[in-house]
Design a protein around this ligand. Structure first.
Ligand SMILES: Cc1ncc(COP(=O)(O)O)c(C=O)c1O
Length: 431
């Protein structure tokens, strides 16, 4: 009996749902926002993913950001294999941890010291604890549409009206836990000014994605960042740049290098692990000295600074420092976005796009958004149809209208051309 195209993904999805809630280990993978059956991936190489049916897709998710040099890059794989033969984890310090810390501090000069952890969630959560410990204050400010992992105090949605009591955005988070979290609109300088005027002395830190990638792709304006920096400095609050996504993605030094802003604490993840679980947070030595074992702010991890994951990260950091790496990556991403805009408009479809380095976003709308409300005005139904039209044509986009996309160094011109050819057909089908 011949097996139809989707059968093996269907079968695996059915089986997965019996042993795992929703069949996935991270919700967006379940395709709930776009409908249909998730593709179960057997392997990946360069710009491509291969699913259980042996079907090949051009991948614009890239593991949600880490795979910046392309999947299974031979130098990264070799570094991991070599490290693995020497032992998987020691629970004692290694020279590789020093190398990673030195490399990160050299590339992101706002940090004099870093602490390595295993996920972006852990890094952001620890950065906030550090900020609270260092300032002796409780309140944190975050922005609607920015995601910093799933620590309890960050799972808050904006209430109606400025400074009102905020509501947990997940069951299992008591209202008391988020009472010190203030949520503001992204890119809104007036709300920031008003909040600091009222609560400035209570604010331990402001945490922000300087280029947001968790409400699709939205850039923070220069004015927004300047205001953030000035207000935090004036009120003795710490500015945390969560560059888990933008770090080593939009530029070698992250968004802070592009904007020329020096945050007090930086949070990193994704690219620095090259596809294995590594994240970090760092700051000046003065701030970092508050951290255990030097100071009173506790933080620890059994697998922190793992030798195998760091081997993948260090190999990746070496590759992205090749001359012209970000120029080439940025040029390809721009060509992809410009090509999509032209093709959509040829079909009379309202469509806008933006990108920086290897990160992009597009909207079925006539103007680029500056905050979550703007993102929500785009046509999600049209996005869903486009997503499936592209998937059918072998292009794997993020299965949500609220996620950024990623291009890797393996997305050569021919790959971008093939994507644009698929997009022409998909837009025509939509129109
Ligand atoms: C900006 C940002 N911060 C934190 C996180 C959480 O990282 P992780 O999924 O590794 O816990 C993410 C994940 O997408 C992120 O994009």
């Amino acid at each position: 009996m011949s097996v139809s195209d989707e059968d093996l993904n269907d079968e695996l999805f059915e089986r997965a749902q019996k042993s795992t809630p929703g069949g996935v280990n991270s919700p967006v993978r379940a395709f709930r926002q776009v409908g249909g059956v998730p593709r179960f991936i057997t392997h990946a190489e360069g710009a491509f993913l291969f699913d259980a049916n042996g079907r090949r897709y051009i991948d614009y998710v890239n593991s949600w950001g880490p795979a910046i040099v392309g999947h299974a890059h031979p130098e990264v794989v070799a570094a991991v294999a070599t490290a693995a033969t020497l032992g998987l984890s020691f629970g004692a310090p290694t020279e590789r941890e020093i190398e990673m810390a030195e490399e990160l501090c050299r590339l992101v000069p706002s940090m004099e010291q870093v602490r390595l952890v295993s996920s972006g969630t852990e890094a952001a959560m620890s950065a906030i604890r550090l900020a609270r410990g260092a300032t002796g204050r409780s309140r944190i400010v975050k922005f609607d549409g920015c995601y910093h992992g799933h620590a309890d105090s960050l799972l808050v949605k904006a209430g109606s009206g400025l400074l009102t009591f905020k509501h947990p955005s997940s069951a299992g988070v008591p209202a008391e836990v988020v009472q010190h979290t203030t949520v503001l609109a992204y890119n809104n300088c007036q709300e920031l000014e008003d909040t600091f005027a009222k609560l400035g002395d209570e604010i331990a830190c402001v945490i922000v994605e300087p280029m947001a990638g968790n409400m699709n792709f939205v850039r923070g304006s220069a004015e927004f960042h300047d205001t953030l920096r000035a207000l935090c400095t004036r009120h003795g609050s710490l500015l945390i740049f969560d560059e888990v996504m933008s770090g080593f993605r939009v530029a070698l030094g992250g968004a802070q290098a592009l904007y020329g802003i020096t945050p007090d604490i930086t949070v990193l993840g994704k690219v620095i692990g090259g596809g294995l679980p590594v994240a970090a947070f760092g700051a000046s030595a003065g701030i970092m000295k508050n951290l255990s074992p030097l100071g009173p702010v506790y933080q620890a991890g059994t697998l922190s600074g793992n030798p195998v994951t760091l081997a993948a990260g260090l190999a990746t950091l070496k590759l992205i420092q090749a001359p012209g790496f970000y120029d080439r990556l940025g040029a390809r991403t721009r060509r992809l976005m410009e090509g999509l805009v032209t093709r959509a408009r040829d079909e009379g479809i309202a469509f806008v796009a933006d990108c920086e380095g290897g990160m992009f976003g597009f909207y079925f709308h006539d103007q680029l958004p500056s905050d979550l409300a703007g993102v929500q005005r785009a046509d999600v139904e049209r996005f869903k149809r486009f997503f499936h039209a592209m998937l059918e044509r072998g292009v794997y986009l993020a299965p949500s209208a609220f996620e950024a996309g990623f291009v890797s160094a393996a997305h050569h011109d021919a790959v971008v051309d093939a994507t644009l050819a698929a997009a022409s057909e998909a837009f025509a089908a939509l129109a």
